[in-house]
Design a protein. Structure first.
Length: 240
């Protein structure tokens, strides 16, 4: 009798371990690891969770061991200055600024170790493994730049896509400064940054409040002129 009980208990434990490990190589739950990216994969497969999870496991298998590099200080400064410049340019030339943001994101992702050149699909898959809570901003930006046939992108769509893409840019620029941030760590870091922004903290490339002056951080590009900042804030106010 005792032997039967032991066998049953061991079988139950084995079953639970198999279910727990089914999420992804190395253990962990796929929904927990990928967050909104998991839901997107399920929608892409018309609700077929098994197919979606198989796709996500393949991404982890292919890109899970990728290590992001920390940009050199001068490279980080250049990238930050480029993002600030395109953000200022958006007021006068929305589409051109959004297209530059798309190019800059690809360049930044490549610089820290993700697939480069014209391997856009591979780069998205890689980013989805390491930045699942921000990669959708990249997709939104590209979607806004390629409207449906016969359609026309609106300035508001471009503006919202640019803001969403900035979250991924900031994650990539900060990669490696305090260890890799993936999965839930990335979500926590992004949420913490959002809370700080709501309290008035300024992230990389974020325009300062209208009418205020802000000294540039050591080694970064000078802050935009007051009139340019006021123009950007006026554009923000018109959205509200």
């Amino acid at each position: 009798m005792l032997i039967v009980v032991v066998v049953v208990v061991l079988a139950a434990v084995a079953f639970l371990l198999v279910r727990r490990g089914a999420g992804a190589p190395g253990g962990g739950s796929l929904p927990r690891r990928f967050g909104p990216e998991y839901d997107r994969a399920v929608r892409h497969h018309d609700g077929d969770k098994r197919a979606a999870e198989q796709e996500l496991r393949e991404r982890v298998k292919t890109y899970g061991s990728l290590h992001e590099h920390t940009p050199a200080p001068e490279e980080r400064t250049r990238l930050l200055a480029s993002w600030s410049a395109l953000q200022e340019r958006f007021v006068e030339a929305p589409r051109e600024a959004a297209a530059e943001a798309d190019r800059l994101l690809a360049e930044t992702a490549t610089a820290v170790g993700h697939p480069g050149a014209d391997r856009h699909a591979a780069r998205l898959d890689s980013l989805s493994v390491h930045h699942p809570h921000h990669v959708d901003g990249y997709r939104r930006l590209r979607a806004a730049l390629t409207p449906a046939e016969g359609g026309h992108e609106s300035t508001e769509e471009l503006r919202e896509a640019l803001l969403a893409a900035r979250g991924l840019f900031e994650e990539l620029i900060g990669a490696g400064t305090s260890g890799a941030r993936t999965g839930r760590g990335a979500a926590h870091h992004g949420a913490h940054r959002t809370e700080r922004a709501d309290e008035g903290a300024q992230g990389p490339g974020t325009p300062p409040a209208a009418g205020t002056a802000q000294a540039p951080a050591p080694g970064t590009a000078p802050a935009p002129a007051p009139e340019a900042t006021e123009t950007y804030e006026g554009h923000q106010a018109r959205r509200s």
